[in-house]
Design a protein around this ligand. Structure first.
Ligand SMILES: [Zn+2]
Length: 305
C-alpha cells in the first residue's frame, strides 16, 4: 500500500467524512447564522464554510490539497454546452482558473468519446478551505468530483440537481464493477482525464481501478495516475498539479510509479478493508484545523472583502 502517510494523517486530523456524491442537497435557504465570538479555537471550517463569495485577489492556491485555501477563485458556470453542475445548494463550483479550464476541456472531450457530457459535483468553496461537510481535500481549488453518470440530453431542473442520485457502479460484493452499469465509455472518460497533462492524480474506488486495468488494452501509461481511495463509488475525483502562479501550493509528496494494477490492489480487496466491522461507538466529530494551523496567507484570504 502506498498511501501518502501525510495525506492519511491530514485526512484523519480533518475528520472529514468521505465525499458522497449521492447525498441529496436542499432547496431551502442554507445561510448559516454568523458566529458571535470567533476565538483562536474556532474551527477554520466554520469560517470558510460561511464565505459565499471569493475574494478579489489574483488567483492563487495556498497550502496542500487537504490543508489550505484559495485566493481569487472563479466559478465553473452551472450550465455549459457539455456539462452541468450538480448540488447547487452547496456552492462548491469554485476553483483555480486552471481547474475550470480543465473541466471545460474534459467535458468537450467526453462528448467526442460518446459520453454525453459531464455532471460536475463538488469543487471548492468560494475561498477554498476546510468544509463543514464531506471532503478532507478540495481545499485549494485544484480538486473536482465528476459523476459516473453521463449528462442527460436536457437542462436539469434545480430540484433534479439537488435530489438525483449519482450511479453506483461498484458491484454489491465490492470486488468489481457492476457489469449491468459499467460501460467502455466509463473507461474512456477516465482515460481522457488521466491523459490530460494538467492532471496529477485521479481517485476511484478500487473495483473501478480493477476494471480500468482490465479494459485499458495495450496503451497503459495513463493508469499510473489513477489510484484507489475510499468512497468514489459514484464519482471520480480529478486533482490537478500546483499551478505555476501559486508558489505556496504544496505538491503531492511522493510520485507513485507503475500502473498500480494486479497485486498492487490486493490491500483494497483484503477482508479488513472490505469488511471493516462496526466500531463499538460512533466516531466523535472532530473540529478540524483552526486558522492558526492553516498557512498564514489563508487569514488574508478569509478576511478580504
Ligand atoms: Zn473528491
Amino acid at each position: 500500500m502506498r498511501i501518502s502517510a501525510r495525506l492519511l494523517l491530514i485526512l484523519l486530523l480533518a475528520g472529514a467524512a468521505p465525499a458522497l456524491a449521492q447525498d441529496p442537497g436542499t432547496l431551502e435557504d442554507k445561510t448559516l447564522p454568523p458566529i458571535e465570538h470567533v476565538t483562536p479555537s474556532t474551527p477554520a471550517k466554520e469560517l470558510f464554510g460561511r464565505k459565499t463569495k471569493p475574494d478579489a485577489a489574483v488567483p492563487r492556491s495556498i497550502g496542500f490539497y487537504s490543508h489550505g485555501c484559495l485566493a481569487g477563485a472563479v466559478a465553473l458556470p452551472i450550465n455549459g454546452p457539455t456539462w452541468q453542475v450538480m448540488r447547487l445548494s452547496r456552492n462548491r463550483n469554485w476553483g483555480h482558473p486552471l481547474l475550470v479550464q480543465l473541466l471545460e476541456r474534459l467535458a468537450d472531450k467526453a462528448k467526442k468519446l460518446g459520453w454525453n457530457g459531464l455532471l460536475v459535483g463538488d469543487m471548492s468553496q468560494p475561498r477554498g478551505g476546510p468544509m463543514l461537510t464531506g471532503h478532507a481535500s478540495h481545499q485549494i481549488g485544484l480538486d473536482a468530483d465528476i459523476w459516473l453518470t453521463p449528462m442527460p440530453d436536457r437542462k436539469l431542473s434545480r430540484e433534479e440537481r439537488e435530489f438525483t442520485s449519482a450511479t453506483m457502479v461498484v458491484r454489491e460484493d465490492r470486488l468489481d464493477v457492476d457489469p449491468s452499469v459499467w460501460t467502455h465509455a466509463h473507461t474512456e472518460v477516465i482515460r481522457s482525464a488521466a491523459e490530460d497533462p494538467a492532471v496529477e492524480r485521479i481517485f476511484v474506488n478500487a473495483a473501478i481501478k480493477k476494471a480500468l486495468c482490465r479494459d485499458a488494452g495495450s496503451d497503459r501509461a495513463w493508469l499510473g495516475k489513477v489510484r484507489p481511495w475510499w468512497g468514489h463509488d459514484y464519482h471520480f475525483h480529478v486533482r490537478i498539479f500546483c499551478p505555476p502562479d501559486s508558489p505556496q501550493c504544496e505538491p503531492q509528496p511522493i510520485p507513485e510509479t507503475g500502473e498500480g494494477c494486479g497485486h498492487e490492489l490486493d490491500y483494497w480487496f483484503s477482508d479488513g478493508v472490505l469488511h471493516p466491522g462496526v466500531p463499538a461507538e460512533p466516531p466523535k466529530p472532530r473540529p478540524g484545523p483552526t486558522m492558526a494551523s492553516l498557512p498564514a496567507a489563508c487569514r488574508q484570504v478569509l478576511m478580504a472583502r
